[in-house]
Design a protein around this ligand. Structure first.
Ligand SMILES: Nc1nc2c(ncn2[C@@H]2O[C@H](COP(=O)(O)OP(=O)(O)OP(=O)(O)O)[C@@H](O)[C@H]2O)c(=O)[nH]1
Ligand SMILES: [Mg+2]
Length: 316
């Protein structure tokens, strides 16, 4: 296999023009995550274990200047024991995946938290798995875990598969298309630590949240889906169809045992069941942007399936 750096041109097209076209701003926190870029920001010396912040020696602390500053409000005495298992389902996300991994790594580094990213790819025809393998070689198998499946089996079942590989005490779920920006993760963690809740869910539908880059039709579908779910299920959360969430692992696993949905309706069923089981849920506002690269998999059949499952959930 060619090294990751050698392959980058094939899966990282001109990022600034693409991002601009899709309404993403290329600010200081939205730069290209490829290895070449990261190397460009560091002095041109050969990295050694002591000078590489991501791969720490168990016996030797890195120099003080290389340590990330812990988020002041997220460091209670036992916080360093937490490990976050990110479940990342992918289907044709070849171009988005490097950005996701880069920003996830940066988000967890900003709060000095341990993490692993479990990529559940369903044999994507665009070669997502080759990119995932290259990223694993770059970030290490402890940080990037591959949990591929032989065929497309749906979003809900991807989470069920991914959790089998998780070793953390928290589970974080988000889409792999940059619609859910990892920069919000510190706020999720802060909310969980301050309130001790079981689930923190990202919401687009409060004043500080929002949706950007969607067509009017797509916005309407999401709004109507949420409105119907509120009227029929009264879930007590403002955004039932989003999937950007942080769960206590024990809570996630016990809800999983009761789950029936395998497709997009999974996000809704999990909150309905969490409420019925008495778990506490808090919300964090997020801004949702349209996917950075690639095509949406949300079609008419997913909408029809959603309506049928919504009716079923009334009787849960
Ligand atoms: N493993 C796996 N991942 C999937 C499957 N379907 C979708 N995904 C992934 O699940 C996440 C959400 O899917 P999206 O296609 O973004 O669907 P969406 O967010 O509802 O719609 P858009 O953002 O408009 O594309 C993305 O990371 C997809 O790659 C699947 O069958 N298997
Ligand atoms: Mg998406």
């Amino acid at each position: 296999m060619a090294p990751y750096g050698a392959r980058k041109r094939s899966f990282l097209p001109n990022s600034s023009s693409h991002a601009k076209k899709r309404g993403h701003r290329a600010g200081p926190t939205q730069s290209t995550p490829c290895r070449a870029h990261r190397q460009a920001k560091t002095p041109p010396t050969i990295p050694t274990p002591a000078s590489t912040p991501r791969r720490r020696s168990p016996t030797r602390q890195p120099p003080q200047r290389l340590r990330t500053t812990p988020h002041p409000a997220t460091m209670p005495p036992n916080a360093t024991a937490d490990k976050f298992s990110v479940l990342l389902p992918t289907y044709n996300e070849r171009e988005n995946l490097p950005y996701m991994i880069y920003f996830l790594d940066a988000a967890f580094a900003s709060i000095d938290a341990d993490y692993e990213i479990i990529i559940v790819d369903d044999a994507s025809p665009d070669g997502t798995q080759a990119v995932a393998r290259a990223l694993q070689a770059d970030f290490g198998p402890r940080k990037v875990v591959l949990a591929p499946r032989p065929s497309r089996q749906g979003l809900g079942s991807a989470y069920m598969h991914g959790i089998k590989h998780a070793t953390g005490n928290f589970v974080l779920i988000l889409d792999a298309d940059m619609s859910h920006h990892p920069k919000f993760i510190p706020q999720f963690v802060k909310m969980q630590r301050e309130t001790g809740c079981d689930i923190v869910t990202g919401t687009r539908y409060v004043s500080e949240g929002g949706v950007h880059g969607w067509t009017l039709r797509r916005k309407l579908v999401s709004r109507v889906a949420n409105y119907l779910a509120h009227v029929m299920l009264q879930p007590g959360v403002s955004d039932l169809t989003g999937s950007f969430r942080l769960y206590r692992r024990d809570c996630f696993e016990s809800i999983m045992q009761k789950m029936e949905a395998r497709g997009y309706v999974f996000q809704m069923e999990i909150i309905v069941r969490a409420r019925k089981m008495g778990y506490s849920i808090k919300e964090v506002p997020i801004t949702f942007v349209d996917r950075l690269f690639g095509e949406s998999k949300m079609g008419t059949s997913e909408i029809a399936q959603y309506l049928a499952q919504l009716w079923k959930l009334v009787w849960v």
